[in-house]
Design a protein around this ligand. Structure first.
Ligand code: ASP
Ligand code: MG
Length: 425
């Protein structure tokens, strides 16, 4: 018998039939004798509608009232799933963030979880009651409802799994796991049976948008075993019509369903490159001919930080004539603010011109094995050279090599790299 948290995303609870499908999956785990807590998202599209209503009424709306509105999507699905489970003869009860309570700070719209009171839920789960928890929401110290940021119910689920000391946290979504790259670009992408938290973090933050980044950080820090799997593939065996009564044998945790996100020690065969990610969310800026003297970088990036423009890759060359070029990337959405920040320091550092290029893509190869293997970056550079793709900027971390290229070559680059690292199925 295990204690598990099951989380279902918006597409998995998009209508009543899908909620019934979710109930069948929950029932299967209950029938196996497991203690179950379920975390639900809002029905797909609902949160977008709620957000739009707030913005349409007032672009500068009060963040506390925004949270009061957008948290309702999850309230609806938690109640509906509890009804559905009860209809199937399962003892179930819905829980809003404030009822648990799931305590957060006061950063409305992107609140961080402080603590979760798990004792009452555990007590009820031990009696066989299923806790159906509204994801995405919590309560601030002043008793106001908060939400955790878009995609936040992943974080609710992982935090709940940690608080309940669950054996695992199953994240049901509309893809059946984490792939070596985006299967829409590379049809021969393979599903990974396991991936480390660190690799998942790198892949999540560079564009593989399956899990909210914060949920992965939390899982890593708390040691929560996370499994990503689809709620759409194969109906639960004991829910099939005419299935014999009695619980089916439990699937082992390490079966090939979905992808398990785990600690590095749990992966025996470490790949040099586990996956390839891409992102078209960044823009390149070059500040031409800045003086090459102490304090220039501090001035430029200080001004950008003050404007809250998030900088990612940076390159600076050595100077031949006392001036140099500084090239870096910012999120596309931050481009106007970056431009304003740089205009503000024009007099101070007296650069020649600013060049902007939004048509760039960042391609990253990720793998914990590259810590102990040489030549990973060179394989990347050669594969891109073979396709005559120019590399504009390079950055590396312990387990990642990223390059910036022209956006039009994104697909070509991802395909070439997928083959070059032997990842094709
Ligand atoms: N419903 C929220 C959103 O759409 C939270 C979530 O689904 O994770 O962002
Ligand atoms: Mg999501």
């Amino acid at each position: 018998m295990a204690r598990i948290v099951m989380k279902f995303g918006g597409t998995s609870v998009a209508d009543l039939d899908r909620i019934r499908n979710v109930a069948a999956r929950v029932k299967r785990e209950v029938d196996r004798g497991h203690q179950v807590a379920v975390v639900v998202s809002a029905m797909s599209g609902v949160t977008n509608t709620l957000v739009k209503w707030c913005t349409d009424l007032s672009p500068m709306h009060d963040a506390r009232e925004y949270d009061a509105v957008v948290a309702t999507g999850e309230q609806v699905t938690s109640g509906l799933l509890a009804i559905c489970l009860q209809e199937a003869g399962i003892d179930a009860r819905s829980w809003q963030g404030w009822q648990i309570p799931l305590c957060t700070d006061t950063a409305h719209g992107k609140a961080r979880i402080g603590s979760i009171e798990g004792a009452e839920l555990i007590r009820r789960m031990q009696t066989g009651q299923v806790a159906v928890v509204a994801g995405f929401q919590g309560i601030a110290p002043d008793n106001r409802i908060t939400t955790l940021g878009r995609g936040g119910s992943d974080t609710s689920a992982v935090a709940l799994a940690a608080a309940l000391k669950a054996d695992r946290c199953d994240i049901y979504t509309d893809v059946d796991g984490i792939y070596t790259t985006d299967p829409r670009i590379v049809p021969r992408a393979r599903k990974l049976a396991r991936i480390t938290y660190e690799e998942m973090l790198e892949l999540a933050s560079v564009g593989a948008k399956v899990l909210q980044t914060r949920s992965v950080e939390l899982a890593m820090n708390e040691g929560v075993r996370v499994r990503v799997l689809s709620s759409f593939t194969e109906a639960p065996p004991d829910a099939a019509p005419g299935a014999p009564p009695g619980a089916p044998p439990d699937a082992p945790l390490d079966d090939d369903t979905g992808t398990l996100v785990v600690d590095e020690d749990e992966i025996v065969e470490k790949q040099n490159v586990t996956g390839i990610a891409y992102s078209r969310d960044e823009a390149k800026i070059t500040v031409r001919r800045v003086p090459d003297r102490p304090g220039i970088a501090a001035t430029i990036f200080g001004a950008l930080a003050e404007q809250n423009a998030n900088v990612d890759m940076i390159v600076q060359n050595i100077s031949a004539d006392g001036t140099t070029d500084m090239t870096f990337t910012v999120g596309k959405a931050d481009l106007p603010r970056a431009r304003a920040a740089l205009a503000g320091i024009k007099r101070q550092i007296n650069y020649a011109e600013l060049i902007e290029d939004p048509d760039v893509a960042k391609i990253s190869v990720v793998g914990v094995g590259m810590r102990s293997h040489a030549g990973v970056a060179n394989t990347m550079f050669s594969a891109l050279a073979d396709k005559a793709i120019n590399i504009q900027v390079i950055s590396t971390s312990e387990i990642k090599v990223s390059v910036l290229i022209a956006a039009e070559y994104t697909e070509l680059a991802v395909r070439a790299l997928h083959s070059a690292y032997g990842l094709d199925a």
